[in-house]
Design a protein around this ligand. Sequence first.
Ligand code: MG
Length: 321
Amino acid sequence: MALGEFDLIARYFANCGPQRTDVRVGVGDDGAVLAPPLGHDLIAVVDTLVEGRHFPPDSPPDSIGHRALAVNLSDLAAMGATPAWALLALTLPAANERWLEQFARGADRLLRRYGVALVGGDTTSGPLTITVQLLGFVPRGLALRRNGAQPGDVVMVSGTPGDAAAGLALEQAQLVAAEDVAVALRQRFLYPAPRVELGVALRSLASACIDVSDGLGADLGKLCTASGCGAELELSAMPLSGPLIAAVGRARALQLALAGGDDYELCFTVPPTAFSQLVELARVSSTPIARIGSVTERSGVVLRDGATVTQFSARGFDHFR
Ligand SMILES: [Mg+2]
């Protein structure tokens, strides 16, 4: 990539995202100088998206910009963090102005929605790869962790998992559905909505939290392993969306919800005593959350379907991925 092209790329990000007063030095020096609020812990997350691996080739550029931010916002949400600052490393096969403009627009929308300032970046030439680092903060000691679930806690999930996996299958022409259903599901893959407000609200309520990126079953399994416990999920309680059931039927919808991935919902546990508080919180914030099971002493994730109980294993679901 010629030297002038780096300047060109920089131009598309000059006005990306809002300004913040806690940015002492932003883009333009060797490093950003940032002022975290007193009495808070800094939370740092980073995620890379590679074309052909994390999104299909020729995805809409604004969707790629959106997702690069959303996957990181989702990790911050899982920690209960308030997002503040972002750094962007962009590897591009060529400086395509139309692509850059749309990518920056997708990123800008989420940066402004959550008040996150872009404080640094880097560009280089190569296969399309986007790395975003996000920094956020929580009042000292209040970060949500994966390791605090206790037997008897209630297992919850936000939104309707499985939609994004069906959306990706539609994008890749591995699934066919009626137009309105297809549009709704595609949207869930291309423009996931990170649960930032829910994560912040859960700081004082949840005993453990994880964001669902690799499938609800696998991610709940990680939470359980970190907490030294297990979980039992009630399949009849799984929140499945109308479009998902319309597209693939209830049985496959359940499989996609458990093993699909790319949902960026929050899966979390709360002590039974905090449940009513949680229901009120969900009502006030109009965030859809569902009670899907309970934490058990025995390790592993089991699925209860009426009287039938089976062990969840990601491998058993691999062929649906
Ligand atoms: Mg995560």
